[in-house]
Design a protein around this ligand. Structure first.
Ligand code: PLP
Length: 1008
């Protein structure tokens, strides 16, 4: 029967009248959405309520049922709505509407909060809190009795068999999927029926969950709408919660786990219940899609029904892809049970086994194990280009074998390795890309053709050539069982091709039988020869293959599923590699390293390796580095690394001897400068370069007074700090020294003068300061400024500013220093040096960060006149500056910039990125300003009044880090995000940065 909605609709004014008449409550009224009821929020001066007015012909008994639940819950500590009596003491009141229909009315307390469906992002701690709240609800519902909780109900997962009748509603493909879950559900009925039961909420979905208003780490504060409450298997409740909460998550299993942990914490789950959970999640979705299909049949024109069923199908399809045993083990692990139910029994059995590796490899004569470090930070592995060179790795292993003839080279259980931080091992997790980096077996680095003998009696489960590049190659899997009959499997990977014919599937094998040979590079999947040996308690449905590496955050599950093979061998040195917690390192730093040294990000990173535009942490996760302009030509650029290594091996000494490197480097460096700048002094850091530049300038002018720019930073030494307003005007600073004079930051967005044509106004402050210096009877020594002001927040100087300033400074007899420590070496794209963007030629240029690509190398370039004035008899000696290693590195950096056309790349990629950021600004007005040149960009977060949004900038940087992108904040108010990545940054990298940026700009915390 269709209802004429306009006849039953209640207007807010009517609602207020009804509320006043029934409850003596009137206030500000707002209509709220409701599926059946007409709901209104009523706000009085002191309280807020929700008034629910039913449709005509509502089932009174059903309302009574819900009322009783709320009454029951009000006796618990649970945050649930209260129901209030009308002036006659009735909890369900009656009115007659204008059409003469009887309508039921209820008044409930209002719970302040945000609906789950409106919360973004949903992070693990919120999922945990959801599980915990759901558990609390089940706990609070204990003891509730009403005959309706035993009703027949389509949405009770336990009663889901009804869906089987409607399989015909779906396409064949979907039928296959749905019937798979239905059959599974049918098969386990006998055991499932015996599970414990509870009164459960049964409908904890997006619109019934209230979340606290705290935006950064919100919590679930209440669950509402108890209309679907039912007495059923307790575990069904968790299945319902999971099936809704994991929608739209790229990794659904991983999203489900914190919910399970949270529920278990509040309402301990039983091991047996967890074995059904995977299927029950699916069955709730099967109910949902079947209901949608039936509704669609009733209302074929209703497009909304089509849209609303899609997420459920998506979850179902993705859920089907998850191995159900793995899901089961993961649920167990989340509750603190051993992930694999047989783990304990297997470990007990293994403890009593005496299995010598000598029986395993009878042809090898060894007396100890020598582990080879293949972890992310391993210097044995060396550069990426080295470990990717199989011939070289093989050579290195052979060398080790010759050096240590009595050693067996082995290791790698749970080792996090860098070779897996690649696309092939990558998936999209719930916080960006994740890599399967944790090795699950033990590798034995033995020569090709080494014979392998069976460690135990077994049956051949499979023998197969997993022949793709970087796969296992010929692989043998044996099936064994412990004395008590627990099955387990051993896997032998990277074998020789002739091993494929040595044994046959199903064949019985006895301990010590020859089972295989170690393969060579051409046949073993393209690896240096070795045996990958792994144990697993469950093959997870694999027939001839099995994952040999796992995602680091799932390692506790995999460690249980694939126990350490050394539990059998019991060799010292073959230990598992468990990632050391960061707390200890942090503690040590706090106690013993300079205390004014801060760490980046709320969750500090332990970075162990660099590669191009990426940094790799101790979990093998790759981070796109958009901050580091030191790794100018890319982290650990192989040519630069090699140049340093090669020269280091031959000579490194001071520059008082003749050497070609210093001349060659100086020559190449000077080629990048205007002719007037033709003398180089090599030093070791930006600070040292500035320090020297200041000495030069003072030697030349015989004056001390400097003009510097507000929020400029020029280094950490005494004299550098003395011209760095960023420091002396910042925390712990004591203001400008006597001889330093600060001019305003020429920031055309939020500075003293805004917009175009402000150069003259800003430059006028230089004249004022010169006058000020003269008024004290002193002379100007000079002016120091970056070509784009970095710590100030990537502030571009207004057009003509430098020209005007240089003129004034020079007229007053001063010299001009261009600090290119941040901006130099092609980064700004259009020109090689930042000052060249401004048509000026400084007297002194300081160069730092990029020129050594991470090696401590810096330089001061100046005119002949300045150099001459500085050479006043006092020798300038620098122990390390200009040494052959540093010069070899610096020269190689210049060469790579040139050969790889990195300046052009900075221009192309930088322009693309800046344009896209400007587009983004249109959709996200929180981006107040976008600025910079080439790959030296920045954007500032401000409100509509240009007020800085510091906390949001900080949040953004930390969230980007969560998603695998490194950014940092700076500027006077720390509200500017800096983008100055290695110059090998590509358009693809820029797109990745923009995508994530967009995603995070959508998050609740970023709204203003
Ligand atoms: C513009 C500028 N000048 C000088 C320095 C000092 O360089 P260093 O840290 O190598 O001593 C820095 C360092 O951040 C800088 O940004």
């Amino acid at each position: 029967m269709s209802i004429d909605y306009s006849n039953i609709k209640i207007l807010p004014e009517q609602a207020n009248e009804i509320s006043n008449a029934l409850y003596n409550i009137a206030g500000e009224v707002k209509a709220l959405p409701g599926e059946l009821d007409f709901n209104f929020r009523i706000k009085t001066k002191s309280e807020t309520y929700i008034l629910k007015i039913g449709r005509p012909h509502e089932d009174f008994e059903y309302l009574e049922f819900q009322k009783n639940i709320l009454k029951h819950l009000s006796k618990s500590h649970l945050n649930a709505p209260n129901i209030f009596p009308d002036t006659q003491g009735k909890l369900i009141s009656t009115i007659i509407d204008t059409d003469g229909n009887k309508r039921y009315v209820r008044l409930l307390s209002w719970i302040d909060g945000r609906l789950w469906s409106s919360v973004n992002p949903i992070k693990d701690n919120l999922l945990f809190s959801l599980g915990a709240q759901a558990g609390k609800v089940t706990s609070a519902l204990k003891g509730f009795e009403h005959h309706k909780i035993h009703r027949q109900f389509d949405w009770d997962v336990a009663q889901a068999e009804w869906t089987s009748k409607h399989l015909g509603l779906f396409s064949t493909e979907r039928q296959n999927m749905v019937s798979y879950f239905q059959k599974q559900f049918e098969i386990f009925q006998d055991d499932y029926k015996n599970l414990r039961k509870s009164v459960i909420h049964n409908d904890i979905n997006d619109n019934n969950i209230l979340v606290s208003s705290e935006l950064e780490n919100p919590e679930v504060i209440a669950i509402i709408d108890y209309g679907d409450t039912i007495y059923t298997q307790t575990i069904n409740d968790l299945a319902v919660v999971i099936s809704y909460a994991i929608m739209n998550k790229p990794d659904m299993l991983s999203a489900a786990l914190p919910i399970v942990s949270g529920y278990h914490k509040e309402y301990p789950l039983m091991e047996v219940e967890l074995s059904f959970l995977y299927n029950l999640v699916a069955m709730n979705l099967v109910i949902s899609v079947t209901k949608s299909a039936l509704n669609k049949q009733k209302e074929p024109e209703n497009e909304y029904l089509l849209i609303s069923e899609k997420p459920a199908w998506d979850v179902l399809e993705k859920w089907m892809q998850i191995d159900e045993n793995l899901a089961h083990y993961s649920f167990r692990n989340s509750c603190g049970f051993k992930a694999h139910p047989n783990e304990e029994a297997f470990l007990k059995w293994a403890k009593n086994q005496q299995m010598s590796l000598q029986y395993f490899f009878p042809a090898i004569d060894f007396n100890h194990i020598h582990t080879i470090d293949m972890s992310v930070g391993s210097t044995w592995l060396g550069h990426e280009s080295e470990y990717n060179d199989i011939e070289l790795t093989n050579f290195k292993i052979n060398r080790l074998q010759t050096e240590k003839p009595k050693a067996l080279f082995a290791g790698g259980y749970l080792e996090i390795r860098p070779f897996y931080s690649t696309k092939a091992y990558q998936k999209e997790g719930n916080s960006g890309p994740e890599f399967r980096t944790t090795h699950l077996g033990v590798d034995f680095w033995v020569k090709e053709n080494t014979a392998i003998h069976a460690p135990f009696d077994a049956e051949v489960y499979s023998v197969y050539n997993n022949g793709s590049n970087k796969d296992y190659g010929p692989t043998l899997i044996l099936r064994h069982q412990t004395d008590s009959g627990i099955p387990f499997y051993s896997l032998y990977g990277h074998l020789s091709e002739n091993s494929l014919n040595l044994v046959k599937q199903g064949q019985k094998i006895y301990k010590n039988d020859l089972i295989a040979y170690v393969g060579n590079v051409t046949e073993n999947g393209n690896w240096a020869p070795h045996l990958h040996f792994q144990i697993t308690l469950d093959l997870l449905g694999n027939t001839h293959d099995f994952p040999g590496v796992a995602f680091p955050d799932t390692v506790s599950v995999w460690r249980s599923l694939c126990p350490n093979p050394n539990l059998l061998f019991k060799y010292e040195g073959l230990n598992e590699h468990l990632k050391a917690p960061h707390e200890k390192i942090i503690d040590f730093r706090n106690n013993h390293l300079g205390k004014s040294l801060s760490l980046s990000y709320k969750k500090p990173l332990k970075i162990l390796r660099g590669s191009g535009v990426y940094l790799i942490d101790d979990t093998g996760r790759k981070y796109l580095d958009t901050v580091n302009n030191v790794a100018h030509v890319g982290h650990e650029h192989p040519k630069v690394v090699k140049a340093g290594q090669d020269q280091m091996a031959v000579l490194n000494t001071n520059s008082r001897y003749l050497h070609n490197n210093i001349n060659a480097f100086a020559k190449e460096l000077l080629k990048t400068f205007p002719k007037a700048l033709s003398v180089v002094h090599f030093v070791n850091s930006g600070s040292e370069a500035i320090e020297l530049a200041l000495r030069m300038l003072k030697a030349y002018t015989k004056a001390k007074d400097m003009i510097a720019v507000e929020i400029g930073y020029h280094g950490n030494t005494n004299a550098c700090i003395g011209v760095s307003s960023y420091k002396f005007d910042g925390k712990g600073g004591q203001g400008a020294p006597e001889h330093t004079h600060i001019v305003p930051l020429p920031d055309t967005f939020r500075g003293l003068y805004q917009g175009k044509n402000t150069a003259e106004k800003y430059a006028k402050h230089i004249d004022d300061q010169i006058e000020n210096i003269h008024s004290k009877g002193r002379k100007l020594a000079g002016f120091i400024c970056e070509s784009i002001i970095s710590c100030g927040g990537q502030v571009e100087l207004p057009e003509n500013y430098l020209e005007l300033v240089y003129q004034s400074v020079r007229n007053a007899g001063g010299l001009c220093i261009a600090d290119e420590v941040q901006t130099g070496c092609g980064r700004v794209g259009k020109t090689f040096w930042g000052f060249q963007l401004h048509n000026v030629v400084p007297d002194i240029v300081t160069i730092g960060k990029p020129i050594g690509n991470g090696h401590p190398l810096a330089a001061v370039v100046c005119t002949q006149e300045v150099a001459q004035a500085f050479a006043n008899g006092m020798e300038y000696f620098n122990t390390f500056g200009g040494n052959p290693v540093s010069c070899a590195i610096g020269n190689k950096v210049l060469q790579v910039i040139k050969v790889k056309k990195l300046q052009d790349n900075a221009l192309i990629v930088g322009t693309f990125l800046k344009d896209e950021l400007l587009k983004l600004q249109k959709s996200y007005p929180i981006i107040g300003d976008v600025r910079g040149q080439g790959l030296f960009l920045g954007f500032e977060l401000t409100d509509n009044d240009k007020m800085p949004l510091t906390e949001k900038a900080n949040y953004l940087a930390n969230r980007m880090r969560d998603f695998g992108i490194l950014m940092s904040t700076d500027g006077k108010d720390n509200n500017a995000l800096k983008i100055k990545p290695p110059m090998v940054f590509t358009i693809e990298n820029a797109k990745e940065l923009l995508d994530r940026l967009k995603q995070i700009l959508e998050e609740d915390f970023m709204k203003f």
